[in-house]
Design a protein around this ligand. Structure first.
Ligand SMILES: NC(=O)c1ccc[n+]([C@@H]2O[C@H](COP(=O)([O-])OP(=O)(O)OC[C@H]3O[C@@H](n4cnc5c(N)ncnc54)[C@H](OP(=O)(O)O)[C@@H]3O)[C@@H](O)[C@H]2O)c1
Length: 295
């Protein structure tokens, strides 16, 4: 797996969309892949909003993105995906404040940790899936108004190590597997979103960014962090390279033809058959609607 990532790191997207005046929203844009994607979009003239839970980190990230992109059109808004009230509040403020939403990047994630959200969902399922699910649904009317628009959702190739258990969607036993399930949920979400919005001008993509040097290890012990620092330095790609497939799905004409697709290294990739099951995707969507009280 690591060799695959290293050999795949050179792909650059073919950007052929004029981004001037486009509005991008990044969830979790204050570090890692999200921050580098934001720099790239701001450089191309887009108005960029990063949505973050920690305002100090957000302000620092905005300064850095502005500095690197030479753009002043970068802002932050407060959002905690581990709290569904915060998600609703964010969407309300966003709709009042912003008239456009062209591209939404569902980038934020928690790695496998045995913790719960404020709404008592397991941290991975709650933040990585339900938070994005509710937010995307609440912003969907604005995305439709601004069609053609896109939603890019970050997933991980580790989706393949788990299947969803509808008797226990909130599974919180083994940290790595809770993460894998949440990333599988991201794929089903992205596919069902594509199906629901088909013909309505909104397209949806799931992206595995590769294994990327980022700050996800900050949630673990010092010893694990030190070990991972070495492994990441040796085998993982930079977050700038990790951002390339996200940028590709956000702006390229080629990607636009593959709504509902799963992308790796700036091209569509094949999912395991169980991850392409439209029945499961629909069932997860309906279950999620009930869990976040959309219905
Ligand atoms: N890194 C990899 O090797 C890898 C591999 C495959 C897939 N991915 C996926 O790529 C995406 C980006 O990963 P990354 O490596 O760049 O991770 P990262 O550096 O850890 O960034 C994750 C972002 O999510 C934010 N976040 C976490 N919980 C949040 C919450 N409750 N509310 C709002 N924001 C929250 C974090 O904010 P704070 O700074 O406040 O925590 C941070 O900005 C993720 O979806 C991840 O699953 C990464």
């Amino acid at each position: 797996m690591l060799i695959f990532l290293l050999s795949s790191s050179g792909h650059k997207p073919h950007l052929n969309m004029n981004l001037l005046l486009f509005l991008f929203v990044f969830l979790g844009g204050n570090s890692g892949v999200g921050k580098d994607t934001a720099v790239s979009m701001a450089m191309r003239g887009a108005r960029v909003i990063i949505a973050c839970r920690d305002l100090d980190k957000a302000e620092k990230a905005v300064r850095e993105i502005k500095f690197k992109s030479h753009s002043l059109n970068v802002f932050h808004m407060e959002l905690d995906l581990a709290n569904l009230r915060s998600v609703r509040e964010f969407c309300k403020n966003f709709i009042q404040r912003e008239k456009r939403l062209d591209i939404l990047i569902n980038n934020a994630a928690m790695p496998g940790v045995l913790d719960c959200t404020d709404d008592n969902f397991s941290m991975c399922f709650g933040v990585n899936h339900l938070g994005h699910f509710l937010l995307t649904n609440l912003l969907l009317p604005r995305l439709r108004e601004c069609a053609p628009s896109r939603v890019v959702t970050l997933t991980c190739s580790s989706y393949k190590y788990q299947k969803l258990d509808f008797q226990d969607l909130n599974y919180n036993l083994l940290p790595f597997f809770t993460y894998c399930r949440s990333k599988l949920a991201n794929i089903y979400f992205s596919q069902e979103l594509a199906r629901i919005t088909e013909g309505k001008g909104v397209t949806s993509y799931a992206v595995h960014p590769g294994f990327v040097q980022s700050s996800w290890t900050c949630h673990y012990s010092v010893l694990f962090r030190m070990l991972m620092q070495v492994i990441m330095w040796m085998f993982f790609v930079s977050s700038e390279i990790g951002a390339q497939t996200v940028i590709y799905c956000a702006v390229s004409d080629e990607a636009a033809k593959h709504s509902g697709g799963y992308f790796v290294d700036c091209r569509p990739a094949t999912l395991r058959p169980f991850a392409r099951d439209a029945g499961v995707a629909k069932k997860l969507w309906e279950a999620s609607e009930r869990l976040v009280k959309l219905v």
